[in-house]
Design a protein around this ligand. Structure first.
Ligand SMILES: *[C@@H]1O[C@H](CO)[C@@H](O)[C@H](O)[C@H]1NC(C)=O
Ligand SMILES: *[C@@H]1O[C@H](CO)[C@@H](O)[C@H](O)[C@H]1NC(C)=O
Ligand SMILES: *[C@@H]1O[C@H](CO)[C@@H](O)[C@H](O)[C@H]1NC(C)=O
Ligand SMILES: *[C@@H]1O[C@H](CO)[C@@H](O)[C@H](O)[C@H]1NC(C)=O
Ligand SMILES: *[C@@H]1O[C@H](CO)[C@@H](O)[C@H](O)[C@H]1NC(C)=O
Ligand SMILES: *[C@@H]1O[C@H](CO)[C@@H](O)[C@H](O)[C@H]1NC(C)=O
Ligand SMILES: [Ca+2]
Ligand SMILES: [Ca+2]
Ligand SMILES: [Ca+2]
Ligand SMILES: [Ca+2]
Length: 404
C-alpha cells in the first residue's frame, strides 16, 4: 500500500467547475500492489465521499468525477471549492491499512454575468455644476453590479456606452473610476436646452482573458435641474428668430397735461410693465429670485421730478402736473434685475407722451352747409357739394386741443 512515488500519501488535483461527468480526476493513484482478482494483494475503498462526487475504479486506481444529473458549481449558493476523499488501502497479505488523501480543488470559470442590483438608476444634477464634479456614486457597495464568480471573474469594471437613442449622452458624463463606477460630469449642462440624458452604463467582469469577459448594462437617467444662469425678461417677449433673446420692447403711456397726479396714478401703461425670470424651474420655489425695477436713464433729464417707478411692483406714478409747453414726451429706459445679488439685468423702453389739456370744444368750419342730390336718386346716394354732382359734400369739424 505504499506509494510507488516519493512524497506523502496525499494527492492534490485541480479541475474546472462544471466539468462534465466522467472527467478523470486522478489518472493513477500509484499505490503499490494489485487491487483486482486474480492475484489480489490490496483492496482499495473510497471513504468520506461526500455527495458521491468521486467514483473509484480500483483496478486502474483511477478517480472520476460523478456529476450525473448535476453541475459541479463553484459559485454561490453551492460554493463547492474543494472535494476531499480518502482512499483506504488494505494490504491483503498482512492486514495493514493506509489512508491516502485526495484533495480536488475546483477552479473557477467565468460562467456568471454581472447583474445590476436595480433595473434603472437615477440622478438629478444642477445645470451649474462644474465639469469634473462627481455626480453619481450609486454603484457603491453592492448597489451597482455584482458577479458571483471568484477573483477577477467576479470583479466589476464600469464604462459608459454609446446610446443610439441619445447620442450626446456618452459625452456628457464619464466614469471617474472604473472600479467604483463613480461618474463625473464631462460637459457643461444647460437646462434651457436639455433637461434629461439617458446614459447607458456597462458593467463587465475582469476575466483575465478579455474575450471571456461578460457584460451587463443599465440605464442611468440624468435629470438636469434649473439653475440661476438667466436674468429676467420683460413681457411680452417676442423671440428674435432662432434665439432665446427677446426683441426690444417699448411700453407706452399717454397722460394729459396739467392733471393732478391723484387723478392719474397709478399710470395705465400698455402693455403693463412686467418681467419674469427666464429660469422657469428653479427648485425649491423659495430659491427663485424676486425682480426689482428701476428707471435707468431718461430724456429729458428732469424725468426724475415727474415720475417714479415702484421697485417691486413696477407701478409707474406721476409726481406732479406737467405742462405740455415744457415737455411733449419723456423717453425712459427701464431695467429689471434679480434681487439676489446676481442681477443679470434686462432693459426696455418706456415712452410717456403728454396730451394737450381738453379745454376746447370742437367747432364746425362753416355755420351752414348746402348739398345737392338728383330728385330720382336711390337711398344711399352721396350728397354733392355742387349742382354738377361731381364732388361729395364735406362737413368738417375741428378741435384746438389737438394739432391735426
Ligand atoms: C458518469 O461517469 C461515470 C464514470 O465515467 C460513468 O460510469 C457513468 O455512467 C456516467 N454517467 C452518465 C449518466 O453518463
Ligand atoms: C453519482 O451521483 C448521484 C447523485 O448524487 C448518485 O445518485 C449516484 O449514486 C452517484 N453514482 C455513483 C456511482 O456514485
Ligand atoms: C460617444 O460615442 C461615439 C460612438 O461610439 C463616439 O464616436 C464618440 O467619440 C463618443 N463621445 C465621447 C465624448 O466619448
Ligand atoms: C425672422 O424670420 C422671418 C420669417 O422666417 C423673416 O421674415 C424675418 O425677416 C426674420 N427676422 C430676423 C430679424 O431675422
Ligand atoms: C411699492 O409698492 C409696494 C406694494 O404696493 C408698497 O408697499 C411700497 O411702499 C411701494 N414703494 C414705494 C417706494 O412707493
Ligand atoms: C362742377 O361745379 C364746381 C362748382 O360749381 C366747379 O368748380 C367744377 O369745375 C364743376 N365740374 C365740372 C366737371 O363741370
Ligand atoms: Ca463573471
Ligand atoms: Ca464561476
Ligand atoms: Ca437656468
Ligand atoms: Ca435667474
Amino acid at each position: 500500500c505504499k506509494l510507488s512515488r516519493s512524497g506523502p500519501p496525499a494527492t492534490i488535483v485541480t479541475i474546472d467547475e462544471e466539468s462534465p461527468n466522467g472527467t478523470v480526476l486522478v489518472e493513477n493513484m500509484q499505490i503499490n500492489g494489485r487491487a483486482q482478482d486474480p492475484g489480489r494483494t490490496i483492496s482499495l475503498t473510497l471513504l468520506d465521499n461526500y455527495d458521491y462526487w468521486v467514483i473509484l475504479d480500483p483496478a486502474r486506481q483511477r478517480l472520476f468525477l460523478n456529476s450525473t444529473g448535476r453541475v459541479l458549481d463553484r459559485d454561490p449558493p453551492k460554493s463547492i471549492t474543494t472535494i476531499v476523499v480518502q482512499i483506504q488501502c488494505k494490504n491483503e497479505l498482512v492486514g495493514t491499512v493506509i489512508l491516502h488523501e485526495v484533495r480536488i480543488v475546483v477552479r473557477d470559470r467565468n460562467d456568471n454575468t454581472p447583474r445590476f442590483e436595480h433595473r434603472r438608476y437615477y440622478v438629478a444634477v444642477n445645470e451649474l455644476t462644474p465639469t469634473g464634479t462627481t455626480i453619481f456614486t450609486g454603484f457603491s457597495g453592492d448597489n451597482g453590479a455584482t458577479d458571483i464568480d471568484d477573483g477577477p471573474n467576479g470583479h466589476i469594471e464600469y464604462a459608459i456606452q454609446y446610446n443610439p437613442d441619445d447620442p450626446a449622452s456618452n459625452g456628457t458624463v464619464s466614469v471617474a473610476n472604473i472600479l467604483s463606477g463613480h461618474i463625473i460630469l464631462a460637459e457643461r449642462l444647460n437646462y434651457e436646452e436639455r433637461t434629461r440624458y439617458l446614459v447607458i452604463v456597462q458593467a463587465n467582469d475582469r476575466a483575465s482573458y478579455p474575450p471571456n469577459r461578460r457584460t451587463a448594462t443599465t440605464t442611468l437617467t440624468v435629470d438636469v435641474l434649473d439653475g440661476d444662469d438667466l436674468g429676467p425678461m420683460f413681457l411680452p417677449c417676442v423671440l428674435v428668430n432662432n434665439t432665446h433673446d427677446c426683441n426690444p420692447l417699448t411700453y407706452r403711456v399717454v397722460i394729459p397735461e396739467f392733471t393732478e397726479p391723484t387723478k392719474l396714478n397709478p399710470l395705465n401703461v400698455t402693455p403693463q410693465i412686467r418681467a419674469v425670470d427666464m429660469d422657469k424651474n428653479i427648485q425649491p420655489p423659495s430659491d427663485r429670485p424676486g425682480i426689482l425695477y428701476y428707471i435707468l436713464v431718461g430724456h429729458p433729464a428732469t424725468y426724475r421730478e415727474y415720475f417714479s417707478l415702484n421697485r417691486t411692483t413696477a407701478e409707474l406714478r406721476v409726481l406732479k402736473p406737467i405742462s405740455r409747453d415744457l415737455y411733449q414726451k419723456f423717453t425712459l429706459v427701464i431695467k429689471a434685475e434679480q434681487d439676489n445679488g446676481h442681477p443679470l439685468p434686462a432693459y426696455a423702453d418706456l415712452i410717456i407722451e403728454i396730451l394737450d389739456e381738453n379745454n376746447q370744444a370742437p367747432y364746425f368750419e362753416s355755420a351752414t352747409y348746402q348739398g345737392y342730390v338728383s330728385e330720382s336718386s336711390p337711398v344711399g346716394t352721396t350728397i354733392s357739394v355742387s349742382t354738377n354732382l361731381t364732388a361729395p359734400l364735406g362737413i368738417i369739424a375741428l378741435d384746438n386741443d389737438i394739432e391735426e
